[in-house]
Design a protein around this ligand. Sequence first.
Ligand SMILES: O=C(O)CCC(=O)C(=O)O
Ligand SMILES: [Fe+2]
Length: 237
Amino acid sequence: MTPSTDSVSQRDGNDHGLAIDFDALRSIDVAAATAQFGHAGYLSLPGLVTPSALVALRKEVERLQQRAKRRDFEMECMGGTPRHMTTLGGIEIAEAAPAIGALYRDPRLVDGIGRAVGLNLQLADDPVERHVLNVLHRPGDTHGLHTDDYPLALVLFLESPTCEAGCGHLEFFDACAAGHASVMAHRAGDAYLLRADKFPHRVRPIHEGCVRTVLNFAYGADSIPMTKTPSASILYS
Ligand SMILES: O=C(O)CCC(=O)C(=O)O
Ligand SMILES: [Fe+2]
């Protein structure tokens, strides 16, 4: 599937009440950020979700969790890697939490992150994959190694383990530097951008008492062709 062709300026809606830190996006050092993202495939956006947006998003997600589905299986199309998590796909999120859909489309967000990574972004045309909820909450829960279909993932942390064991850390691999893994810790309120179609990534398992809740926003980019896999429809339908 190809990215949607609607232009950012035509998109609706800043009226979602989710005041994430758009100023921080505007004040990013673009040259440094694009260089880092181009090289590492990753850009950290600590504190992008302001304390008030965190409260509001958690309220939305609390409602969504009633609809979320438990998943325990191996994803064949991603090398049989494990999925032990509770998820909700974009169609249900759009229905039950329209504010999250409006934030996903907000030109201040889309243009801000696009500028930071030097890409002209497009909204994902797949309503299932465009914004998803991933919750790790049982001992051993993990989101196993995979790549995404869409090139850019923006991951927003609503809850994140703070234990010493590294539960829920993001691990991603540079396909060009065989075997080199980067490991990143994030706190609630943090966000990151990942070149998710190119850098295989996974979330390390959590143990008893840890909870990790994220929203993942997926975007296409004008210059990057994509290959659709069945993984999102398996995990989020
Ligand atoms: O939870 C994360 O940090 C990564 C999420 C992810 O890889 C995905 O939803 O495709
Ligand atoms: Fe991913």
